[in-house]
Design a protein around this ligand. Structure first.
Ligand code: HPA
Length: 278
């Protein structure tokens, strides 16, 4: 029998998943949480944590971006077993979209059912100041990449429905947690670009007209993959800066990380509340 591209790729997911499973010491996380730029400290909140460096997971590359570590952390949060991805594989690092989404496929293979994603983003909507936390209502994929390009993997939908990429019930739960914990929570549309250069003011005006409220360089292909694999998604953007041209302010990765660190506590409280209530 001939070996297809799908077999090779599915084999990589299996190998990565087997390596991670081997380190979980019997934990069976049903929730995975992806941490964005400057949000890595969240992993410190887990109890009984086991850390799995990416170097120990076959097919996982080493992250190259300051502010992103490279490990999966399994542990307990709000009494539930969770798996945290601390460090992303961005397409702007040169990774194919499918590699960017490899951790999501691994989560699916491990039995994860709910995926919570966080990112740092620029605020396009005028009322979004630095430090705003935005619940992602929907997204626009302007990365011109798709992680499902290529053979469909076993267990995945070839043409996933994307009419509710961010689960309405999970979003309602997030709003409820925010209200109870008195955490201000905005809501809007995230547009994902390839990066790594930030946008020009003309691009931001264009994105505003297209209906985007926040702009970043991640998340969309992970959500696409998660939906193909049947995972429910919830996403939050930490608005770290007004997008280019919204104010005369210049953009800088260090400042993005500083602001992300500042809002990390609020975001963590929201995620903890959601996970507890799942
Ligand atoms: N643009 C794109 N990505 C970002 C930004 C931005 O302004 N801020 C943080 N990530």
């Amino acid at each position: 029998m001939s070996v297809t591209a799908s077999d090779v790729w599915a084999g990589s997911v299996d190998e990565a998943a087997a390596a991670v499973r081997g380190r979980l010491e019997g934990r069976a996380p049903r929730v995975a949480i992806v941490l964005g730029s400057g949000l890595g400290e969240f992993a410190e909140r887990l109890e009984d944590a086991v850390r799995v460096p990416y170097a120990e997971v076959p097919h996982f590359p080493s992250p190259t971006v300051m502010g992103h570590s490279g490990e999966l952390v399994a542990g307990s949060l709000g009494g539930r077993s969770v798996l945290v991805q601390s460090g992303r594989f961005h397409m702007y690092e040169g990774h194919p979209a499918a590699l960017t989404a490899l951790p999501v496929r691994v989560f699916a293979r491990l039995g994860v059912e709910t995926l919570i994603l966080t990112n740092a983003a620029g605020g396009i909507r005028r009322s979004f100041g630095s430090g705003t936390v935005m619940l992602i209502a929907d997204h626009i994929n302007l990365s011109f990449r798709n992680s499902l390009f290529g053979p469909a993997l076993p267990g995945e939908t070839r043409f996933p429905d994307m009419s509710d990429p961010y689960d309405p019930a999970l979003r309602a739960l997030a709003r409820e947690v925010a209200r109870r914990r008195r955490i201000p929570l905005a809501e809007g549309v995230y547009v994902g670009l390839l990066g790594p250069s930030y946008e020009t003011p003309a691009e931001i005006r264009m994105l505003e007209r297209l209906g985007a409220d926040a702009v970043g360089m991640s998340t969309v292909v992970e959500v696409i993959t998660a939906r193909a694999a049947g995972l429910r998604c919830l996403g939050f953007s930490a608005i770290t800066n007004p997008a280019a041209g919204v104010t005369p302010h210049k953009l800088d990765h260090l400042e993005v990380m500083e602001v992300a660190y500042r809002v990390a506590g609020e975001l963590a409280a929201l995620i903890e509340g959601v996970v507890e209530a799942l």
